[in-house]
Design a protein around this ligand. Sequence first.
Ligand code: PLP
Length: 427
Amino acid sequence: IHVIMQRDTVIFDLINKEKHRQESGIELIASENFTSPQVMEAMGSVLTNKYAEGLPGKRYYGGCEVVDEIEQLAIDRAKKLFGASWVNVQPHSGAQANAAVMLATLNPGDKILGFDLSHGGHLTHGSPVNFSGKLYQPVFYGVDEASGLIDWDKVDEIAKKEKPKMIICGASAYSRDWNYESLRKTADNVGALLMADISHPSGLIARGLLNDPIEHCHIVTTTTHKTLRGPRGGMIMIGENFDNPWGLKTPKGELRKISSLLDSGVFPGTQGGPLEHVIAAKAVAYEEALSEDYLNYVVQVSKNAKIMAKSFIDKGYKVISGGTDNHMMLIDLRSKDMTGKLAENTLIQADITINKNMVPFDNQSPFVTSGMRIGTAAVTTRGMKEDDMVKIVNLIDRVLMNHDNQDEIKNVKSEINNWMNQFPLYK
Ligand code: PLP
């Protein structure tokens, strides 16, 4: 290739700056992780040049023989990883995956029952500012105020009253496991489809550390870049015995299998050409996730989260629900007389990245919030273990308790920058 222009130093300098930021700080955003170099290499490959509308073997463009093989490998590896019988690996993101499912299985105006955004749910599960709340009629279930837990009988009660067409489970900030079996009974009782969005804990689910939604839920969606540690993207799956016609019809009135409806929901329903470079990177990540190394990784993610939650509690912080079953925790800062906004803005000065988050029954706005959400997926990728989690909690506490002491924050920052040198990320 003739490079006519000079290398775009403005952008590449900024990319290097971001690399330095990622390497020198402590990354605790629950939805982030560090992919392997080979995942990034696949994303930055010539595959970005290829159009491939359609599915492997059924494309609307020529020259797809190679990308067909790549996409089929991604599908086969995903099936193996999650025990799914059908997979679509094309959604550009988690939000796109959810949009495709809803477009494929619902009519505008249908009622959907999702987990309340302010209790930890996701925008695409019925928020009024999202397509899901604008096109469909959302109703919500939440957590019990005292325990911070979802009461499955209460969800059943709400479903019986509301009779939704779809029940959505899964969250962005719920640290406990889901009772998919109970939710399926509820869905069957009211004739609803049950969709699980496992974006956050999908890596832990894939390797058997949490309850398996594939056995119970009609449809499962996930992002591929959180605990799963792949490229940014989404995916839709269904399990054995779920690929039934379900009474859903084609525009011509023919009964269609749910997998065929979901394929159409992705393309042409909500997307154009698939991102084959990202699909190749998904395939690489799935193979990595099938390895012994990755199993050890998710086991450590889970151990790290438990010890971290306990360390916060030991320091007098209120962890919602009193602990965690997965990779994340939600901390109510009201007992420390702090807002999420203040915590986020103060911690970043010491190179600790977390995100402010609403806590259930929050009295602050979403821009301020009373909580912070913390996850262990990224720090575990860097090689950190239980002792390191205790140390991180001590550092966080030191920064928060000295939020108006710039010298102390600077001291912590330089300690962190030195410490992180011991956990090299990208050579
Ligand atoms: N679903 C859940 C539960 C999420 O937490 C997220 C992202 O945070 C998404 C969907 C959306 O994923 P994306 O940002 O890839 O669109």
